[in-house]
Design a binder for this molecule. Structure first.
Ligand code: SF4
Length: 482
């Protein structure tokens, strides 16, 4: 069993494909600041970490498998001089070439060094790969990020024209930070699937990051989010922006609000923790439960559970103690432990649960492999009833925009209705938040009642990107899904 499978057994969550960062730190130490920013973005990817810098003449890079704190040392940070830097935390599925896929990617081009850090997924990467190969460009990894690098390296004109050309060719989700000899660029795809924000550092410094929590960590202030289709350049001339591609229907991934983003990050003027509490409050209004106590599946279910308790008038208490250090263990459990792998991560608190009818709030259910064991743990702890409430709608469709969700075959809500799932997980009742309720909670409802500004494709099956592309993908998914 590989580490990804172990993680899935104890963590039934979607996984993002990375955190990106970029900085122009005049007179400062770009790599050190990037190191601390990557620490703050660690939740977006734990497989590998990397930093590339430019000292104005030469580019430098260091990357390796592991957590930020495992990858970087005083010694290797000292090999990364320069005021310009980009950084990357990667989440990826397993593969023989994992280190080769670690980012940033750095190559030498006719315009000097080019480094790329990518969060997202290009849905037309296969066609772009084919074109590159037919034009004699060799590729050394399976990653769509290398396609981006080669399209930029082989483009015409200055970096800005090459970036515009890239945006005209690339279809899909991308938030990019790009390092050149003299500048750092930030790009966001025309749909705005993946987040990217801009911060100010001191008088003349600027920062780009997947989430604002990285800005706060290094003492930068949030200025604003990069807009869909926008190209931002930061360098000794300051902050420069241009519209690189026409913005399309704004489609920020709703899972940023539900699960991915760190609770202290801000999106569109609101702190994520507040939004998650509101998800819980709406959930309580839609699906009350006759119970004594609300508990969370920690940590990601906690804000919604607090919101549920506030709206229902029920007390909130801890039902589980979570082992925060189990993470992505490379020591595989034996068969006995594997069968009850959730207990590797959670233990019930009998003192709080004994004789109580409990509402267990979680933010999402993907495969459904942990909800049942968690319900059982609460019963083992003395709960007399367990009512499960989920602060997002049932996930019925995979994601093609860079989130490692699951295939159709694996998604429990694609294969079973809510009452069947309730039976399977052994709960006394089960309810999910409605799509309408979720959109109301994130503040994305137009005056006419229609939701706007978010991708909800994994709930609805409506993919914002070209139907033809998706049809091909869905057909592939059906063939290779099992
Ligand atoms: S399909 Fe789901 S996970 Fe993927 S971008 Fe859309 S909302 Fe996010």
């Amino acid at each position: 069993m590989d580490s990804t499978l172990t993680t899935q057994l104890i963590d039934d969550k979607p996984h993002d494909e990375c955190g990106v960062f970029g900085i122009y730190a005049p007179g400062g130490d770009g790599s050190r600041l990037t190191f601390f920013a990557l620490h703050a973005l660690q939740h977006r990817g734990q497989e590998s970490a990397g930093i590339a810098t430019s000292d104005g003449a030469v580019a430098h890079i260091y990357k390796a498998m592991g957590l930020v704190s495992q990858v970087f040392t005083e010694e290797n940070l000292a090999t990364l001089p320069g005021q310009l830097a980009i950084g990357h935390n990667r989440y990826s599925t397993t593969g023989s070439s994992r280190l080769r896929n670690a980012q940033p990617l750095l190559i030498e081009t006719a315009l000097g060094p080019l480094g790329v850090a990518h969060n997202g997924n290009l849905i037309n990467a296969p066609e772009l790969r084919r074109d590159l190969l037919q034009h004699g460009v060799g590729l050394s990894t399976s990653s769509d990020s290398e396609v981006i690098v080669q399209l930029l390296a082989g483009g015409r004109g200055d970096w800005n024209s090459r970036l515009r050309m890239l945006m005209a060719q690339a279809e899909g989700a991308y938030a990019l930070t790009i390092l050149t000899r003299d500048a750092v660029y930030g790009l966001r795809d025309p749909w705005g699937f993946r987040p990217l924000c801009i911060g100010q550092l001191g008088e003349d410094g600027y920062v780009l990051a997947s989430e604002s929590c990285a800005l706060a960590t290094i003492g930068a202030c949030l200025i604003r989010e990069v807009q869909p289709g926008e190209i931002v350049r930061i360098d000794r001339h300051g902050l420069h922006s241009e519209q690189g591609a026409m913005p399309r229907q704004f489609s920020l991934c709703t899972f940023e609000h539900i699960y991915f983003a760190r609770p202290d990050s801000m999106f569109q003027g609101e702190v994520i923790h507040q939004i998650r509490q509101r998800l819980g409050r709406v959930l309580a209004q839609e699906s009350p439960a006759d119970a004594d106590l609300v508990v969370a599946v920690p940590d990601s279910g906690t804000p919604a559970a607090i919101g549920y308790a506030q709206a229902s008038g029920l007390p909130f208490s801890e039902g589980f103690i979570k082992n925060r250090y189990i993470g992505r263990t490379f020591i595989q459990p034996n068969d006995n432990l594997r069968q009850n792998s959730v207990s590797l991560k959670f233990n019930p608190l009998p003192g709080n649960l004994g004789g109580k009818r409990v509402v267990m709030v979680d933010d999402s259910i993907v495969r459904g492999n942990t909800a049942g064991p968690l319900v059982q743990l609460l019963r083992d702890g003395g709960a007399t009833e367990v009512h499960v409430r989920v602060s997002s709608p049932p996930i019925r469709h995979p994601c093609f925009m860079g989130v490692d969700m699951a295939t159709y075959d694996e998604l429990i809500a694609h294969n079973y209705d809510v009452s069947e799932i309730c039976r399977k997980i052994g709960a006394d009742s089960l309810a999910y938040l409605s799509i309408e309720g979720m959109m109301r909670a994130v503040g994305a409802i137009e005056a006419d009642g229609t939701p706007h500004g978010y991708c909800n494709a994994c709930f609805t099956g409506y993919y914002p990107i070209s139907l033809l592309e998706q049809t091909d993908k869905l057909a592939l998914e059906k063939v290779f899904g099992s």
